[in-house]
Every structure is written in C-alpha cells, then in structure tokens.
Design a binder for this molecule. Sequence first.
Ligand code: SF4
Length: 958
Amino acid sequence: MKSDDERVSEGAMKIPRLTPGSGLQPYAPPHRWDDWREYDPAAWPRRVEKRYSLVPTICFNCEAACGLLAYVDQETMQIRKFEGNPMHPASRGRNCAKGPATINQINDPERILYPLKRTGKRGGGEWARVTWDEVLDDLGGRIRKAFLENRRNEVMYHVGRPGHERTMDRILKAWGIDGHNSHTNVCSGAARLGYALWSGFDRPSPDHANARFILLLSAHLESGHYFNPHAQRIIEGKQRGAKLAVLDPRLSNTASMADLWLPTYPGSEAAVLLAMANVLLDENLADLAFVERWTNWREFLIDRRPADRRPADGRPVDRPEADGSSDGRHLDESPTFEAFVSALREEYARYTPAFAEAESGVPAAKIVEVARLIGAARGAFASHVWRGAASGNLGGWQVARALQLLTVLSGSVGTEGGTSPHGWNKYKPFFWKEPPGQKQWNELLFPKEWPLSHYEMSFLLPHLIKDGRGKLDTYFTRVYNPVWTNPDGATWMEVLSDQSLVGMHAALTPTWSETAAFADYVLPMGHSGERHDIQSQETQSGKWVSFRQPVLRAARERLGEKFQFTYEANPGEVWEEDEFWIELSWRIDPDGALGIRQWFESPYEPGAKLTVQDYYRWIFENAVPGLPATAARENLTPLEYMRRYGAFLIESDVHGLESKRVEVSATAETDPVTGIVREAGKAVGVEVDGQVVAGWPTPSKKLEIYSRTLTEWGWGEQALPEYIESHVSRRSMDLSKGEMVLLPTFRLPTLIHTRSGNAKYLNEISHRNPLWVHTHDAERLGIRTGDLVRVTTEIGYFVNHAWVTESIAPGVVACSHHLGRWRLHDREGSRWSSVPVSFEKQSDGTVLLRQTGAVGPFESSDPDSSRIWWSDGGVHQNLAFPVHPDPISGMHCWHQKVVVRISGPEDRYGDVRVDPAKSMEVYRAWKDRCKPGPGPGGLRRPLWLDRPLRPAEEMFRG
Ligand code: SF4
C-alpha cells in the first residue's frame, strides 16, 4: 500500500511510477522483473514479443554509481540493453548517455576477451593469449618472493576509477603493504584538503533539492561531480524556487542554466568568494551565533596573541596540545567572540568586491548580489567545488576553504537545504575480520616534501622513480591510463618501458588504453554488469548502498545454474577483480604461513576459500543497518534482496549529526579551554551550550575556521581561508609575449576518460575537442573558427583547430581533456575513437607524437563499424603539460600558461611535441616550493588527517 507521500511523489515524477495497474508506466515494475515482456523494436511494424529477465547493477562510467537495469534476453541469454533502475535511491531510474552506452562496451567487437602476455619488448605491440592460471602463478610467485625478501613497498596497486568500497583497503592491508595509489591528485585532491582542514571530512554533500540558494564552481548539470543524481536535485531545488549561481570562466551548459553566471578569470575564484564573505560580515548577514557555537575561533585568538605574552618556550599561552587538550596554563583574560569577529572583519576587509572584480573580471555589483543571496538563504545554502578551480590552480585547495567559509557564515553546515559532510551521506561497509594497518610507509606515495598531501603523489610516480627514490617489482594498474590521462605522459612511457625500474606491469582493464600498451600482462576485467562491487556516494541528504553484479551470471543463477567464477558467465574470459584478488592472495600464501591467506577465507566456513557470494552475503547480513529486516518482510535474504533490487536506502534526511548527544560517564573530563570531553584520555565529544555532543572529527572538535595544523606545519599565513595567487594569475602573464591561460580540465558530458573509447554511441556524438578562443582574442591573433593553431606550453606544444566563441572569458582558451585517443600499434586501441600515431624522438631531444591516420570504417562482427562516418578523433594535450605539484595539497595544478598562434607549415593537426628534459626541470622547480617534513613531534604527516590505506600509527612517526 503506498502512502500519500509516495503517490504525490509518483505524480510529480520525483520517484518512478511503479504502482501496478496505473496505466502507462515509465519503468518495468519490479514484481515483473523475472519475466518482462515487450515488443522487439527491430521487428517493427510487426509485433514480436520478447521476454527478458531484468537484473539490476550499477553504472561504472563515472563516479556517481547510478542504477542500471540489464535486459537479459531469455532466449539467447544475452544482454539486449541497459536502462535505468527505478529502485535506485540516487538516480531514480534516470541515467545520462553514458549509462545505456554500457551495452556498447560489452558488445564491442574489439574488446579484450582473454588474458594477454607481452611477447616482444615492452611497448612493442606483440601479445599472446595465456591462461588465468599462468597469470596467477606468475604474479603470485613474484609477489611472494618480494614479500619474503622484505620488498613490500615494491608492490603497488594504482587505480583510476575506484568502486569497491573498502575492498582494496582490506586486500592491501591483508598483504601488509603500503601499496595503494590512486588518480586523486590529478582530480580532486586539492578540494578534498580544503574541506578536510575544515571538518575532517574531505567532501561536501549539498542538499540541493531543499536549498534556497545554490552556488557551483563546477559543471554539475552537464558533467560535474555525481552528475546525474546531483543534476536531478539541482533542478528540483530550482523548481522549488532556489536560485542558482555558477562560477566558471566557460559558459558551460550548467552556467547557461544558472540565474547568475560569474565568468571568473581562472585562479581568481577564492578572491571572489572571500569578497562575498566580506560582504556577509560587513552587512551583518552572517549567522554569527552559528559561527560562535561551531567554529574554533578561540584557538585563533589564542594563537595570535603577541609573542611577548607567551612563555619562554615560545608556545602561546593556554595553547592546547596537538590532541586538543590544554596545557593547564590559563589566559589572564577570556578571548571574546566579539574580538574574533572584529579580527575576522579586519582580515577580510582587504577582499573588497572592487578587489575581486580586478582579479576576476566579474563586476563587483554581481559579487555583492550573490553574497546577499547567500545571506538571505541562511541555513539553506548549498555549495560545491570538486575539480574546476580547485584542480586548476596553485593554491586551489583554498578555493574549497573559501567556499566552505560562506557555508559556515550562512549557518548552512549540516542543515536541510545546506551542505553536509560527505561522511553523513555515504555508506561504508565493515568486515567480519579487519586486517591491521600496515607497518610500512611508501615514500613513492607520500614523499617527505608533501607532508600535507591529501592523497598519494600519484602523478609524480615516474619522476620520483627517475630521481632514484625507489622502484617497483610488480605494478598493477586498474582502470587507469596515466600515459594518456596524466600530465607529462612521455615520462610515464619512458619509465614504464624500463624493466629495471618497473619489473612487471599488469594492466587490469576492461578496454585497451595507451598505458595497457606498456604492460607485460593485459588482464580483461568486467565492465559494470560483469562483476561484483558495492558502491555508495553522497548524492543527497540520505545514505544508500548499491550493488554491482554480473548480470549474466545473476540471470543464469536465477534459473538454477551454478558458477565457480564469474568469467564462466561473462563474454570470453573476462574476469572480475574480487575473484582475481582472492585467487592471487591464495597463490601468494598457499599454506597460510605468511599470514595473508587467513583474510581470504570464508566467514561461514573456516579454512575454506572466500567466494564472492560469501563476501557480499556477510556484508549485507551484518553491515547494512535495516537491510535484513526489510529483506525479511519480502521473505528474502539480504543478499537476495540486493540481487533483486540492486540498491537500498539506509536512511533519508540526515542532518545535524554534529549536535548528536554523547552519553559520557561520571569520570569524563571536560577541558576548560577547548570544551573537549575525554574518557580514558580519548576525546569522545565536545561541550556546546552545556551539552556533550559529537562535534567534528578535528583536533578542536569544531569546524576549523583557523587551521592550527597549517600553522604548525609551516604555513601559518594560510591558516585562515585565504587567496593564493595562482601560477596563471593575470599578473603573471606576459602580454607582450601573447601569454594566455589554457583551461584543459573540462569534461564532455557524453565521454569518460578512457572507457568510452569503445562506446560507439558516445563516439558518434562526441569526437572532436577544438580550442575555445574568445572573439576578442581571435581578432587580435587573426584566428577564425577552423584554423589550425599551435598552443605552446612550458615544455612543448600541441596543434588543434580553433573554435571562436564568446562562451569563454577573454584571455582564456579551453580544450576538453576527453579526446585525442591514440594507438601506437593496431589492435591496441579502439578504432571507434583512436587514431594511429607515431611517437618518435627528434634530433633536438624532443619527442613528437604525430597522427598517421584517422578514425574510419572497419570490418567487424558489428555492422555499425563499417558505417563510421566521422574521421576526427580529437587532439591529445596532456603530453604537452609538465607536472605542477601544489606544495601544500600535492594536487597537480592543471591550468597552463600558453601562447597561441596560427600554426606553421611544419605543423599537422594533432601534433604533440615535448621536451622530456624540460619536464623534469619544471618538476624540480615546483618541488623546491615545498616545506618538507617531518613536522611537529617528528611526524610524517598530522595524525588526525586521514590518508588512504592508513598505516599503523607508529609509521606516521618515521
Ligand atoms: S551520471 Fe551517467 S555515467 Fe555517471 S553513473 Fe550515472 S549514468 Fe553512469
């Protein structure tokens, strides 16, 4: 029986209409998923009925984890199509173009179906088919040897698109290695650090649907973070009357839907946000009661006290210890909140709207207008930055700090319609047995120069190796294509080609990639719909879990078939990672003597090998609140429930968790200065308004408007949200040389970084990425749309066509990073998207990547491949970028200072030329900006800041 709310929501299309017998329905109702019938569109105008088993799974084509529903033909037991899963709480049956295109990836006639082993030299393009057993024995033997020889840090797993909530964490800890590497520092590392310094949570979770005002520093409606689920809720918020503002130098599709577009000059965003903060303070629009209650303003006042009033050891009076306890000395006068507000006003007075206008090019009046709208939205201001300005600029992490300052000043943290921390809305599983933190610290991942780097210095891996900082015995890349995705791909190719630096490279990948071409093994892994996985994301003010499953295996198991491994049901021998890692772990430690095997044994049958069935069964039975009871109401086990519906909403409307009361015993002690409450020496809460509440996972248990951590680690001038001048600021441009800023970070809504290469629908829609040039600049440079232009960077150049437009700020050029796929050898790239290239060293020491062909029709089992009508594959640009590691966050700062001119006679479309020696020079110059650790107490990094694959605590101490 549906509630009134559900009926209203169905009517308003907020949730799918699933009521049986209610006329035309947009989705197949779940009670008919075992035997769904519909007419075959290919047989039209005849009415030919087809029968399907509908099996839910999760899209893997971006991080949003939308639900998909596979239509498995009951006659052929093949997947006919993917549509949205109406039972998924975040995507609610809707997908972007990339979701349904999963069918292309699965049916691609060129996909890798069997494990391959290199036969010639690495990168030489020669491969032979091998068995999974050979692969596992070889890799297992190598890794075992490395472990026995205490070379644990020479084994590394490097992931591009994650998933697998906590699974890899568990596996790598079970192996006892500090070997997790990710793509995060070319993606979101900067914004994450900015958020983490505020609250201990490194991502925001805006409640767009209930907001009164929304401010985005990204392209959420077309391609941004949690694209489809967020986009749905932004539009819902707008339908309810919320106003939307977008800061973006580019008139993105999102900016075109905004009430206010602020085309900021790249790198000026923090100045604009701080000017808004200034207006909020100046016009008394800030929620000061919230700031007083929930920020660590006292610490700010204590630490800024004059030096002559400090004790002889130089420490400030009454300064709390790093763990938040005070040292027992008391202030001779209480710091007052009024004094703090005056100091804050004084601090931000210099960020006037006029100053921000001069930095950004956005009229001061518009900045004031947005600030007043934020003030008026008090308590319901939703905001988000993820990549965009944070990932493009030196100091981009302060963009996130500045944006969160607005959220705090408007009293919108954790409120309905406000912005919560991601941890409130994202589910994470736990396991029956948790391996301890590894007793290793890998300097190739967290080198001493970047002690505050929020994630691994992943994009510097080849540079660090070339610098002699370490080497790799066995290197796994998983759905990761650094040669093409990262800056300075030439250095990646150089290091991956050298077996003395990388002993063995196994590429776990569902598709060919520029990096897989430099592997020793290419191991085909499943697309979504071909493997198991759990995923959850902070898409709304609720918490949900979703289940990715191999749909052919699941459909056949519904009919009573049994499988040992998923590859028995998948096309070819496409395997799934879970089973691969379990098998590999048993081969590394066959008799259990290394202590590894124990973690890969069944929780239900001691000593027996863990199966995917048992792994997910245990999690769903024990680690998802509310799921067992819900499943029982339908006479299903929790695993059966998840196999049937694919997702479960754990809770909705999650707000205000910082104020949750904490029960403490009579022996609990409250620090008189900080208010932190401790039991047995451990901080368990904080006293606010006379109550002990949970607070925030920071040293102060408050929102840290002032970061003592930054002060202690040598960056005191950045301890408040500040504006750091970008490496591409207007001031740094030499206009006499024609310098401009290149914005290379924007996405196309229809493409994925690497995995859309074999999605024919998507490549037909998007296959070129011209350079956006403003009309004024085009006139100045004599450029017209379609002209070939050379874009010169610090280490080389690329050649592309120009697109003259007013949808970009003057002085800025932009090029989407999604195109320009290439292949060095035939059979090593998808011909739907990639072009053949040569990559040759030139007499001057530079290397030149040159297109030697085009995209075009080819013969295959798919007749569509002979109908390819486009020839363009776009232009690759990342090879021409040196690395720019931010000295604090560690993030690669993507924006480039460039010179644009009409190309010369020697230039060809798609040329990329780079000087690898110069790229190492640029790397070293940026490295020199760092303040290396160790920090206070000999720490490698602050203990309270989390890090991926967190090691044992003693490893933080070196
Ligand atoms: S937004 Fe699109 S690509 Fe991303 S998970 Fe959803 S359907 Fe897939």
